[in-house]
Design a protein around this ligand. Structure first.
Ligand SMILES: [Zn+2]
Length: 461
C-alpha cells in the first residue's frame, strides 16, 4: 500500500504536526515533506484523533434491523401503506418485516399477504416479538428445510401462515445465512469509528469466520474484537443475565472460572441492581481476572462502586440511554434509584476504567450523540438525570479512545501504532463546543481512507 502523509494536523495530545503512515502504521510524526508518490491529506489544522472504538455493539442484529422493513405504526398504519412499502423494497429473495401491529390490518393469513406481496418470500414479525406472519412463498421456503413445528398455526391441516414462539426453529429452518455488514460498517465509519467490540453472547467460531470473511471482502471496514461463548475460545466471555430468570449461582461461578482458565476475562450484562449484585457475588467467589468488565451497569449504588473498584472491574456504559430512554426511566424506575442510573463521574472518581458502546441495535450507533448525552445528562424531553454524573468533552471522548484490549489504557497517536484516525474539520477547542458527527471530515483505518465527509475530496487520494 502506498504511503500517506497527513499535513498540518492538530495531533491529539501532541499539538501541531505532520504524520506519515506506512504499511498501515504510523511511521513518523514531525515536520515532514511528501515523498514521491505519497498521497497527501491537508488537515488544515483540524484535530486528528485516534479512531473511535465502539466497545459494545451487536453488529449482526444491527445489520438485520437495517435490512428489515418497518411494518407498523407510526410509519405504516394501513394495509395499503404496507403493500406500498413491501412492493417498493429493493433487492431479491426474502423480505423481512418488523414491528407489525394488528391496527394495520388485523392478523393477515398467507393468502391475504399474497394479495399484497406474492412474488418474494415474506415474513413479518409482530411488534411483541412473539409472532411471525408468512406469505405462501415464505411458507414454502421455510417448510422446504424443516418439518412444521407445533407453533405453526393450521386450519384443517393447512398452515395459515401465522407462527407463534418458534424463533429457534425459524433460525434453523432459514439456514442462518448471516447478514452483510457493509451498510452499518460504512455508517460507523462516517462517525469516525475505526473499531468495535461485538458483545453478542452467542458469538462462536462460526461468527468469527463470518466477521473475518466480511473484513476480507471489504464489507466490514473496522477492526473487530469478539466477545462470546466459552467455545469462541478468545475475547471476553459474555454472561447474559436476566433478573427474572437468574442462573444457578454455582454454575455462574463455574462459568467464570472456566473463562478465566482460558485466560479470558468476564463481560457480564448488568442492567439492573439485582444483576449487578449477583455478578459481584459470583466474581468475588470465583476471584477476578484483569479485564473483567460490567456491561451497562444501569444501576450502581456507591457500595457497588466500591466493590467494583476492589475487584478491579471496568465498566462499559451507554451514555445515550439517558437521552434515548431517560424519559421512560423517569416513569418506570423507582425515584430512589434515579441518581444511580448509568453513572459516569462516580466511576471515574473511584478509579474504575469507563468506556462506552452503542449497544446497537438497542441504542443509536452515533458515538457523538452519546458523548453529548454524557456531557449533558439530558433526556430527549429535556429532563436532567443525575447531573453530577456529567463528564467534560475530553472525558466523554475518552470513553471511545480506551484500548479495547485494556480499558485502563487510552490509545495514543504514536509511532508504531495502527494508523486509525478520526480527522475533525476544526481544532479540538472549537470541536468540543459542537460534539456532533458533522465534525468528522475523514476516517482512516489501517492507513486506508475509508470515509470522507460529503463534498470532501482530498488531493492525490
Ligand atoms: Zn448488548
Amino acid at each position: 500500500m502506498a504511503g500517506l502523509l497527513i499535513k498540518n494536523a492538530e495531533v491529539w495530545q501532541r499539538g501541531s504536526a505532520d504524520l506519515r503512515v506506512a504499511g498501515g502504521r504510523i511511521a513518523e510524526i514531525g515536520s515532514l515533506s511528501p515523498l514521491a508518490g505519497e498521497a497527501v491529506i491537508d488537515a488544515d489544522g483540524g484535530a486528528l484523533l485516534p479512531g473511535l472504538h465502539d466497545h459494545h455493539i451487536h453488529l449482526a442484529a444491527t445489520a438485520v434491523r437495517r435490512q428489515s422493513i418497518v411494518c407498523g405504526p407510526p410509519e405504516v398504519r394501513s394495509i395499503e401503506q404496507l403493500a406500498e412499502r413491501l412492493q417498493a423494497a429493493p433487492g431479491s429473495g426474502w423480505l423481512r418485516g418488523i414491528l407489525y401491529h394488528e391496527s394495520v390490518g388485523g392478523l393477515p393469513d398467507a393468502r391475504a399477504l399474497d394479495a399484497i406481496c406474492g412474488e418474494r418470500p415474506l415474513r413479518i414479525q409482530h411488534r411483541s416479538g412473539r409472532m411471525w406472519l408468512f406469505n405462501s412463498a415464505g411458507l414454502d421456503e421455510v417448510l422446504r428445510h424443516a418439518a412444521a413445528p407445533p407453533g405453526l398455526e393450521t386450519d384443517g391441516g393447512r398452515p395459515t401462515g401465522r407462527l407463534f414462539d418458534e424463533d429457534t426453529w425459524l433460525r434453523s429452518a432459514l439456514g442462518g445465512s448471516p447478514p452483510d455488514f457493509g451498510e452499518v460498517s460504512r455508517e460507523l465509519a462516517a462517525f469516525g469509528v475505526t473499531g468495535m467490540t461485538d458483545m453478542s453472547p452467542a458469538n462462536d467460531r462460526g461468527t468469527a469466520a463470518h466477521f473475518a470473511a466480511q473484513q476480507a471482502s471489504g464489507n466490514l471496514l473496522q477492526h473487530v474484537l469478539l466477545a462470546g461463548t466459552l467455545a469462541l475460545g478468545s475475547g471476553s466471555a459474555k454472561l447474559h443475565l436476566h433478573e427474572n430468570a437468574l442462573p444457578v449461582f454455582d454454575e455462574v461461578v463455574a462459568f467464570i472460572r472456566a473463562a478465566h482458565g482460558q485466560g479470558r476475562p468476564l463481560a457480564s450484562h448488568c442492567t439492573t441492581e439485582t444483576e449487578l449484585v449477583f455478578t459481584l457475588a459470583a466474581l468475588a467467589e470465583a476471584g477476578p481476572l484483569r479485564g473483567d468488565r460490567i456491561e451497562h451497569a444501569g444501576i450502581a449504588r456507591d457500595a457497588h462502586i466500591a466493590q467494583m473498584a476492589d475487584l478491579g472491574l471496568a465498566v462499559v456504559g451507554q451514555p445515550h440511554f439517558i437521552a434515548e430512554r431517560g424519559d421512560q426511566y423517569l416513569t418506570d424506575v423507582e425515584p430512589e434509584l434515579v441518581p444511580f442510573l448509568y453513572r459516569q463521574a462516580s466511576f471515574l472518581k473511584a478509579g474504575i476504567p469507563l468506556a462506552a458502546g452503542s449497544d446497537a441495535p438497542f441504542g443509536s450507533t452515533d458515538p457523538w450523540a452519546a458523548m453529548r448525552a454524557a456531557m449533558s445528562r439530558r433526556t430527549a424531553g429535556g429532563a436532567m438525570i443525575a447531573e453530577e454524573e456529567a463528564l467534560s468533552a475530553e472525558e466523554a471522548l475518552s470513553l471511545y479512545l480506551a484500548d479495547p484490549n485494556d480499558l485502563t489504557r487510552q490509545r495514543q497517536i504514536e509511532v508504531g501504532a495502527s494508523a486509525d484516525f478520526c480527522l475533525l474539520n476544526r481544532p479540538w477547542l472549537a470541536a468540543r463546543q459542537v460534539m456532533d458527527s458533522s465534525l468528522v471530515r475523514a476516517t482512516i483505518i489501517g492507513g486506508d481512507l475509508v470515509h470522507q465527509a460529503p463534498g470532501e475530496r482530498f488531493a492525490g487520494i
